[in-house]
Design a protein around this ligand. Structure first.
Ligand SMILES: Nc1nc2c(c(=O)[nH]1)N[C@H]1C(S)=C(S)[C@@H](COP(=O)(O)OP(=O)(O)OC[C@H]3O[C@@H](n4cnc5c(=O)[nH]c(N)nc54)[C@H](O)[C@@H]3O)O[C@H]1N2
Ligand SMILES: Nc1nc2c(c(=O)[nH]1)N[C@H]1C(S)=C(S)[C@@H](COP(=O)(O)OP(=O)(O)OC[C@H]3O[C@@H](n4cnc5c(=O)[nH]c(N)nc54)[C@H](O)[C@@H]3O)O[C@H]1N2
Ligand SMILES: [Mo]
Length: 765
């Protein structure tokens, strides 16, 4: 399978490569912020908008889900990449009906996501009729009518799937899942399925709740913070401030990553005067350059060392009272982990034993430990066992449910955690459905629905015929691009609720709709007046978000209004839900959330308190673990070393510094030394020599998997780079074509975007 790269619109002939940067942020970040924001928004709008990001009376940054904290900078609590996310949304450019008249769908399908996003904000509902070459304007009423007609034509509600991307507000998410379940299905795939699903699966099983257990305060109090499989300098830049603060309070920081990411090494805080000038703070005290997928082995080795240290000095290493009182499964776990083979550990991690022992020494000296992680841990076949082993590591010394300690899966999209809390989940719990039924007087379906990968399979096989998405770019973000596109093209109708144009508008079902919506930065005025929405960050804090800018077009509707309008049209009086009242007054929606979702008592009042409130979390608050055993569970996680055949590399697909998932802001990856191009593959110089390739050579990336299908991404420039041996890296979404649809993580079914076995071939061979 070859996906034709739509590169005609990207001029990367000026691609240059220089040495990777040694520190993150500082002056270049400030300059990049102002340049990018000014180009999209103009100077005045830039100043007005950036001042309101993440302020208590402002809007929630549409960038990442890192929490804001109480001490917000008066000059704006944002980062370079948050500013880019804001500028991307608040841009003055517009995609109008005239644009669609000038560009056929075929034309759009030949463009990159970079070009598509650059065209500006969508302004009007658009409809692609069967057999038509172009989208044409459609009224909101007619658009809802088309969806209703196609849904009514299905043999079963399970023939429709309803995707959510993690920017959707709590209010919109709650109403959306209500509509979908009232319609009769649990087919609610979401971006989490490709993101932190492995964290959710592992944490639910071991500690009883799929959310992180630490607060910002904990970060500042920790003695040891391990940042594993995460690139915060690019993806969660405000986290660097928290790490800096922790560091100043004496924390030791260990970075575990195949790539020596600039943000992990050294940080110049641009929001502090001396951060702009001076040499910044060295962040990582220890950098473990691990091989891709080596983390399970690393944590097993650390756990074995802890058990041996306890044997040597009984009663001094393990937190025996925690283990006895609060945990289950210790004996089995311990027996297994003692057998961990050092040769396997060294092969899997690529680390030296001395370094692992040094980290172990640091663990022994640390009373309070936090482990942070992101996609480097979640997107492998054995991600769930890996994260379970991280939990074992923390449980051994009681590092959960006390200050300065715990699990910290760092979320991606700004409200991805909240969407789950609101019931965007294909496997809802019975308790949630019971509460929903009781509140709204209908019987929600009990059968589990499709996640992302299963939705693609079902579309491919003709079992799902209507696909709707509230936000996101399903085509761009999912694996196996060629297979996914073919699957979507088989459907009867695709519906995209979007702010900006992307590939999912160009790869459609027989008919297609684009429903343009308000973004976070924009004022949302309904019949009863100005509305705000709420979101939940990575540390379970729920707070309000109020947009101020005039909407990009008078035709835009809020996501809440779109969901309510559609639900009313599709369901008629099949259920007694006051959709119109909900649309007119979001307080009424929050009243219902309070009655259905635990933890939202007095929601409307508490969310109006500046800064909002924090949701309950049993393990964090009182060491209560709502698992099957009622305790925190130790688990046994087999170590299988990922060995690749000779002449092959393991490829991870990552984000550059100039993108937000499939939204490409620009063609630079400043910290990694890349300018003006994205089709690059990072490989260790010694591997290049062994494989017979040279720096700067043009190659095709060919992925090999047990299904025997060859997947090829053509035309990449080789960049000799100090990554771990045997490991390569290239950007997503250009490389999604290489990720086999059926190559997913055990339990969580997350695509294995960080371990793809590839070979290099001379380009065009
Ligand atoms: N500016 C910006 N911010 C974002 C996003 C964005 O695209 N742009 N995306 C948002 C979203 S949705 C998410 S989920 C997060 C993603 O945040 P990250 O997870 O930081 O994003 P990735 O670029 O996928 O980086 C993965 C990191 O893990 C490392 N890694 C890969 N495989 C392994 C492994 O096997 N072991 C170890 N130890 N490390 C490994 C990589 O080298 C890299 O540093 O960021 C969010 N924030
Ligand atoms: N190979 C590979 N694939 C990956 C990953 C990887 O690391 N490697 N990461 C995965 C991860 S972690 C994630 S989270 C997914 C992301 O998957 P998605 O969330 O589906 O993708 P995004 O690129 O974030 O979606 C961008 C689009 O969202 C729309 N949008 C932006 N703001 C709003 C809004 O406020 N409302 C609405 N309705 N629409 C809006 C815009 O139209 C924009 O084009 O990708 C996954 N795919
Ligand atoms: Mo994500």
């Amino acid at each position: 399978m070859v996906a034709k790269p739509p590169v005609a619109d990207v001029d990367d002939s000026g691609l240059t490569v220089s040495a990777p940067k040694r520190y993150a942020a500082g002056v270049p970040a400030v300059l990049a912020t102002l340049k990018h924001a000014g180009r999209e928004m103009g100077v005045r709008r830039t100043a007005l908008t950036l001042l309101k990001v993440n302020q208590k009376d402002g809007f929630d940054c549409p960038g990442c889900a890192w929490p804001e904290g109480d001490h917000r900078s008066p000059i704006g609590e944002y980062c370079e990449n948050g500013a880019k996310a804001v500028a991307e949304e608040a841009t003055l450019r517009r995609v109008t009906p005239a644009f669609f008249a000038a560009h056929s769908v075929e034309d759009l399908a030949g463009r990159t996501d970079f070009w598509l996003g650059q065209q500006g904000r969508l302004t009007s509902p658009m409809y692609l009729a069967e057999g038509a070459s172009h989208y044409a304007p459609v009224s909101w009423d007619d658009a809802f009518g088309i969806v209703a007609e196609e849904l009514a034509a299905l043999d079963s509600p399970d023939e429709a799937a309803f995707y959510t991307s993690g920017r959707t507000s709590n209010e919109a998410a709650f109403l959306y899942q209500l509509f979908v379940r009232a319609f009769g299905t649990n087919n609610l795939p979401d971006c989490s399925n490709m993101c932190h699903e492995s964290s959710g699966s592992a944490l639910s099983e071991t500690i009883g709740i799929g959310k992180g257990s630490v607060s910002l305060e904990d970060m500042h109090q920790a003695d040891l913070i391990l940042v594993v499989g995460q690139n915060p300098g690019t993806n969660h830049p405000r986290m660097l401030s928290a790490l800096e603060k922790a560091k100043r309070a004496g924390a030791h920081i260990v970075a575990v990553n195949p790539l020596p990411e600039a943000g992990l090494m050294r940080f110049k805080n641009p929001q502090r005067p001396n951060g702009i000038a001076g040499s910044g703070t060295a962040l990582a005290d220890e950098y473990a350059q691990i091989r891709l997928n080596g983390d399970l082995a690393l944590f097993r080795a650390l756990n074995r060392l802890l058990l041996e240290a306890e044997d040597a000095a009984p009663g001094t290493v393990l937190d025996r009272s925690f283990i006895d009182e609060h945990s289950a499964g210790f004996e089995e776990f311990a027996a297994d982990v003692r057998g961990t083979d050092w040769d396997d550990v060294l092969a899997a991690t690529g680390l030296r034993r001395e370094q692992i022992e040094r980290i172990h020494g640091q663990v022994l000296r640390s009373e309070r430990i936090i482990v942070c992680w992101a996609m480097g841990l979640t997107q492998h076949r054995n991600s769930v066992p890996t994260i379970r082993e991280v939990v074992n590591f923390l449980l051994l010394r009681g590092n959960i449910g006390r200050p300065g300690a715990g699990v910290c899966p760092v979320r991606g999209h700004s409200n991805v955690q909240g969407d789950r809390t609101m019931g965007i989940y294909e496997k809802p719990s019975a308790a949630f459905l019971d509460a929903l039924d009781a509140e709204f007087g209908f019987a929600a379906p009990r059968e589990h629905g499709h996640d992302v990968v299963d939705t693609i399979r079902a579309m491919r096989d003709g079992r799902v015929k209507v696909f709707m998405a509230v936000g996101g770019n399903f085509v761009g973000a999912t694996p196996d691009t060629a297979a996914t596109e073919a699957a979507l093209r088989r459907t009867a109708l695709t519906v995209q609720v979007s702010t900006k144009l992307n590939r999912s508008h160009a790869v459609t079902g027989r008919r297609a709709l684009i429903l343009p919506t308000l973004g976070r930065t924009e004022a949302d005025v309904q019949a009863t007046g100005a509305q705000f929405v709420t979101v939940e960050d990575s540390m379970s804090a729920v707070h309000a978000s109020t947009g101020r800018l005039a909407p990009a077009s008078v035709e835009l509707r809020s996501e809440v209004a779109i969901v309510c309008g559609l639900a009313e049209r599709v369901l008629g009086d099949r259920v007694e839900v006051p959709w119109r009242a909900f649309r007119d007054d979001y307080d009424l929606v929050r009243e219902r959330i309070e009655r259905v979702v635990p933890g939202f008592t007095d929601f409307n009042r508490r969310v109006r308190v500046p800064g909002g409130f924090v949701l309950p979390h049993g393990p964090r608050d009182e060491r209560s673990f709502p698992t099957a055993t009622g305790k925190a569970n130790f688990t046994v996680n087999a170590l299988e070393v990922l060995r690749v055949p000779a002449g092959r590399l393991i490829l991870q697909t990552v984000r550059s510094h100039d993108q937000y998932n499939t939204t490409i802001y620009g063609l630079d990856d400043r910290y990694r030394g890349i300018k003006a191009g994205r089709r690059v593959v990072f490989v260790h110089p010694a591997d290049l020599a062994e494989l017979g390739f040279a720096d700067e050579e043009m190659v095709d990336l060919v992925s090999e998997w047990k299904d025997g299908v060859e997947r090829r991404a053509p035309g990449f420039r080789v960049v000799a780079y100090p990554t771990a041996r045997g490991c390569a890296a290239a950007y997503f979404p250009e490389t999604n074509v290489l990720v086999p649809l059926d190559s997913t993580a055990e339990v969580s079914n997350t695509p294995t975007s960080k371990s793809v076995v590839i070979r290099l071939e001379p380009a065009g061979a």
